[in-house]
Ligand binder design. Structure first.
Ligand SMILES: *Cc1c(COP(=O)(O)O)cnc(C)c1O
Length: 350
């Protein structure tokens, strides 16, 4: 062993969902949106002046933050943006979780949280979800170094209303509470409403799911000015130019296309409800979903068998080989035609 090998920071990395290279597949494995981004995004893309790429982009990301601030009814110094919410969350972990006490997040949740905690050396604890896969608020009453809650949670899809979030906040006034709302547009009320009351709250959202722009990598945090300032100080200490120019321009166009996004979100929610009905008919149990996916388990057949069968038939879904959820499939809501193909295949197999 070489001496320098002892100094390598070794981590077990997050494993993203597969992005298969071939075309004729139905891809229901990474919660992408089946519909295109808003027409204004295409117009913005066509209008990009590529000769401007020789210059650095605006490090403050003003146009995007201003458009987002208007949507949330806040000012732009309440908004932080980054390269997907993964980048934003990673900056949040680095900035705010600097205590010797463990941060808390559920045992079953977005699996990136423990990866960031590991890479930044942040102690953490993962209270178990209850038997219905609900987060137990009482588990978050103990002393801690911070709290991270995905709402809706992933990969369960379960949404909890603002009374639940308020309960967590009431019991955690001395630490930063992060609510990761990657799927909120498919669910219900956002915790952005609570920002005026709780200055230790940070709400994180993304353009990857409801805004249909996973490929552009845009995420944001909304919080009080002081917290946003602290986040920016860390960002400028790591990489000032996180957002590229096309993302800023196209993201701004998307942020101004609320009517279009309401329409496609409603379509996805309708398809989700139909999907749950069809899966129930096929003897699946689905957790109540407030997301653009369902988390479903067949009553008799192991999840891995169904997963492999679908894969052989070019339908990709996601499965997590982890305790309590190994028989569940996380199925992204695609177009109606894509879901019909899934039901057809399952009908032939079961
Ligand atoms: C998809 C997802 C993210 C990351 O999204 P980005 O593409 O990085 O914006 C973060 N949190 C949860 C819970 C997600 O499902």
């Amino acid at each position: 062993m070489k001496p320098w090998e002892n100094n390598i920071r070794r981590v077990e990395p997050y494993v993203p969902g597969e992005q298969p290279k071939y075309k004729d597949i139905i891809k229901l494995n990474t919660n992408e949106n089946p519909y295109p981004p808003a027409p204004a995004v295409f117009e913005a893309a066509a209008g990009l002046d590529t000769s401007m790429y020789r210059k650095y982009p605006d490090p403050a990301c003003d146009i995007l933050r201003e458009a987002l601030a208007e949507n949330y009814g806040v000012t732009s110094d309440n908004v932080f943006v980054g390269v997907g919410s993964d980048d934003v969350l990673s900056m949040i972990f680095l900035t705010f979780f600097n205590s010797k006490k463990p941060i808390l997040f559920p045992d079953i949740t977005y699996s990136f949280y423990s990866v960031w905690a590991e890479v930044y050396g942040i102690p953490y604890k993962r209270p178990a979800l209850d038997e219905n896969f609900n987060i137990k608020a009482e588990d978050y009453y103990e002393e801690n170094g911070g709290v991270v809650i995905a709402n809706p949670n992933a990969p369960t899809g379960i949404y909890r209303n603002l009374d639940f979030i308020r309960d967590i906040l009431e019991h955690n006034q001395d630490v930063i509470v992060v609510v990761d709302e990657a799927y909120i547009d498919f669910a219900g009320e956002s915790a952005v409403k609570l920002l005026e009351e709780y200055e230790n709250l940070i709400v994180v959202q993304t353009f990857s799911k409801s805004k249909s722009m996973a490929g552009m990598r845009i995420g944001m945090a909304i919080a009080g000015k002081e917290l946003i300032k602290a986040l920016n100080d860390v960002k400028y200490s790591v990489n000032s130019y996180t957002m590229n120019m096309p993302s800023l321009v196209m993201g701004t166009a998307a942020a101004k296309s609320n009517e279009y996004y309401k329409e496609i979100t409603a379509k996805i929610v309708a398809t989700r409800e139909r999907t749950v009905e069809e899966l129930n008919k096929l003897d699946f149990e689905c957790l109540p979903s407030g997301a653009n996916f369902v988390f479903a388990k067949h009553k008799n057949i192991p999840g891995v068998d169904i997963y492999e069968y679908l894969r052989q038939n070019k339908v990709f879904v996601r499965r997590f080989n982890a305790p309590r959820i190994e028989d569940y499939l996380r199925i992204t809501i695609g177009t109606d035609a894509e879901m019909d193909r899934l039901f057809e295949l399952l009908g032939e197999y079961l």
